[in-house]
Structures are given as C-alpha cells and as structure tokens.
Design a protein around this ligand. Structure first.
Ligand code: GLV
Ligand code: MN
Ligand code: MN
Length: 424
C-alpha cells in the first residue's frame, strides 16, 4: 500500500507531456484552420487509437463505455473504495487550439505513468477518461460523453442528426460505444469518489495576476437555443420597404437584444453569444426569407439565465408581431452551473500552493465536470492561457506551465487518495 512520501516523487516528465500534446496535434483535419479534431471523424478515431496505446503503455486497462468514453483503469489496493476519476476531452472546436481538453487527458496518462515508474499503488482505483465530444457538436449538445456517463443523455438527444444525416446514436457506435446500454450502465451518486480535471483557463485572469495555477470555485451553467426566424424571400429591388417581411432585419433585432440583456440588465456576470448564424437564401438581391441562429447564455447563477431567456422570448414575440415574422425558439441543451465544495477547493488549493503561485477563480467555460458533479464531488485546476486566448489557433500555454498543472493535479490526487473520506 502507498504510504505518504515526504518528498514528492511524482514529478511529471515535461518532455513527455510536450511530445504527447504535439503528437495529438498532428491528428487533425488539415483542411480546417488551427487544430481541428471534431468528434466522430477519422482524425478523432486516429487520436483515440493513439491514446489507447498510451494508456496501455502506462499500465492502464482500457475500455470504451456505452457512451463511447475511452477509459483507462488502474486498480487500487482497497477494493471497497470507489474510483477517483481524472478526465477531460480531445475533441476540439473547428479552428481550435492544441490545449483545450487535451492537457487534461494527457495529464491523467502522465500521472498513471509516474505511478507505474515509481511503483506506487493508490488506495483508490484510478480512472483516466477521454470523454466523448465535449465541445458543442453538430447535434446541438456538448459534453455528450459525460452526460451519458451520468445518465443525462436523453433518448431524444440520441436520435438527433447532424447536417450530414449522421444520427448521434450511430456516431457513438462508430467510436465503440453502445447507446442501448447507456441507462443501465450509467454511474450513480456514490459510484465515483471524486472527479478531478486539469484544464487551461481559457481566459486572461491567471496571466494578468501573474499566477501559475487556479483553483476553480464553480463552473457556469450554459443554456443553448436554436432560433428560427421565418419571413418571405422576395425581390430586393421591386419590393417597397413597407411591404417586406425581412427575416434578417428581424433576427438582427434579436441578436442586439441578447447583447443588451446580458450587458446591461444584471450586475452579476452573465454572458450571451450568437456564434452560429445562417441566412437564406443569402443572395445580394434577395430579401432574406429565413434566418437560423444558435444562441447561448452563461452564468454561475442559473436563475439569471432563466430570467434573461424569459425576457428574450417576450421580446422575440414583440418583434414577430411588429414585423409579421414567425419566430420560434427551441431549447437545445441546458447544463446547470455548479459550485465546487469548499473542502475540495481547499484541498486542491493546498496541492496547488505547494506547486506554484495559486489563486481561486470561477470558470466561464463549461466542462465535463458540470456533468460529473451530479454524481460526485468535483475539483478543477487551471493553468494560464496566453493573452486569455482559446477556441482559436492562437491558444497557448507554455509546456512548463502545463507540467506544473500536472504536478499540482498529482499532488491533489495523492492527498485525496490518502485522506479522502467517503461522503455520499
Ligand atoms: C467549452 O469549451 C465551452 O465552454 O463551450
Ligand atoms: Mn475544454
Ligand atoms: Mn472548449
């Protein structure tokens, strides 16, 4: 059985971490900008095959669960203890970077390697997870794998299709999952002792404060909607201004109202974005007949999100009446905000402070931890993002800073493994 070491002996191998991040960065869709590895594509499967080898070499027993999550497992010495899980994701947004999600999975594998190299056995079984499709997918949902793991991926979601006609159910089968078993195999409260995730901050706070590590205090909730604005396409030269049913001018009012609601209505932080937008038929001399866009609203306070969406939908009804348009709002997904338990924050802070300059901060980005929080205590560690850039090719964290994050994660893991009291 592992006994607490006086000198910390799980120092990660920075060069190996760098090589692994760089290796995954070669398995991307070269036709897209930046580093693009969308879920269910050949690049995703290639990355998964390589990760499986890395997990096996690190002494992990590898399997794929019903939701297509890739899981490497290392048995602990005390069978009655539920596993501690470390995870993140290796899918990217289109035109994304090399670090978002990826460092969390590589960190888990590196820690498994260091346990193997130092002959260390934990009390708890350790599970390292590459969660399926964390980023917003063409199915209008994010965190597909972690949703599925906690039984929060609905039958309706599994039936959704993307623009190529792929059904989510089939996509999950393509990567080795089995959606028929999602509900019976879903993990329940108490099945996981603790979930830990290392991630890049994706914002500017740590860098601005000259900090190396962040202890996450909570994670925003995210509500996403698809809005369809139906007008009437018509000739742009012959139709007088007062006889038009222009879908795009109506949609523009809605986009600006979302900004207005999120910017001026609340003093607490709330953000709203329209990041996906199509205009039909999209011709220079045709009055727009239909606009489809997707919006999201995020806040650490779910009630604020609900209030903003309620005001937004009332405003949409007014615009529809005023402009004689049909406007529909469909909820695509809701993930609840979470607060990290104070004692988990403090234990993580102790591990981080022993590693580098540390501060507490909330997460404006969503994570698989949002889903895992419904069945287990969760904790997250952030490392700095250069100039706060993320979801773009410029996303960058120095490898020495990633290695510090891995070290802090390893320390936190060992502390929890030693002291952790089953609480649920
Ligand atoms: C995930 O990266 C998100 O915050 O959307
Ligand atoms: Mn991420
Ligand atoms: Mn992301």
């Amino acid at each position: 059985m592992f006994s607490l070491t006086i000198s910390f002996n799980l120092h990660p191998n920075q060069e190996r971490i760098q090589n692994n991040i760089e290796m995954l960065a070669t398995m991307v869709d070269q036709s897209k900008p930046g580093w693009t590895r969308r879920p269910f594509t050949s690049w995703y499967k290639e990355g998964r095959a390589w990760l499986k080898q890395q997990m096996e070499q690190a002494g992990l027993q590898v399997s794929i669960d019903a939701g297509g999550n890739l899981i490497g497992r290392l048995s602990g010495s005390e069978e009655h203890l539920k596993p501690i899980m470390i995870g993140s994701h290796t899918d990217t947004v289109t035109g994304g970077g090399r670090f978002d999600g990826i460092i969390g999975v590589i960190a888990g594998i590196e820690i498994a390697r260091r346990l193997q190299e130092t002959g260390t056995t934990l009390r708890h079984t350790l599970e390292i997870v590459d969660f399926t499709a964390e980023e917003p997918s063409e199915f209008g949902i994010s965190t597909i794998g972690s949703r599925s793991m906690v039984g929060n991926l609905t039958a309706e979601m599994l039936e959704r299709t993307d623009q190529t006609g792929l059904v989510l159910d089939e996509g999950i089968r393509m990567i080795g999952g089995n959606p028929d078993e999602i509900y019976e195999t879903a993990r329940k409260t108490g099945d996981v002792s603790l979930y830990l995730e290392l991630h890049i901050e994706q914002g500017p706070v740590l860098e601005q404060n000259n900090m190396k590590l962040g202890v996450v205090t909570g994670i925003v909730g995210i509500h996403r909607y698809r809005v369809i604005v139906e007008g009437k396409p018509n000739h742009a030269g012959t139709t007088p201004m007062n006889m038009r049913f222009d879908a795009l001018t109506g949609a523009s009012e809605l986009v600006l109202e979302l900004e207005n609601l999120c910017k001026f209505t609340y003093s607490d932080p709330v953000v709203g974005t329209v990041g996906k937008f199509t205009n039909e038929p999209n011709g220079a001399n045709v009055i727009p007949g239909r606009v489809i866009f997707e919006l999201e609203v995020r806040s650490i306070d779910s009630e604020i999100i609900e209030n903003i969406m309620s005001s937004f939908s009332k405003y949409a009804a007014l615009v529809a009446a005023k402009r004689q348009l049909d406007i529909s709002l469909d909820n695509l997904s809701k993930s609840d905000s979470i607060r990290v338990l104070p004692d988990v924050q403090d234990k993580i802070a102790a591990a981080c402070s022993a590693t580098g300059k540390t501060q507490y901060l909330p997460s404006g980005a969503g994570h698989d931890a949002n889903q895992l929080a419904s069945i287990a205590p969760v904790g997250m560690i952030f490392v700095p993002s250069r100039e706060g850039r993320s979801h773009c090719p410029e996303e960058w964290t120095d490898f020495a800073e990633v290695a510090l994050g891995v070290e802090a994660l390893a320390r936190a893991l060992i502390n929890f493994d030693q002291d952790y009291i089953e609480r649920r």
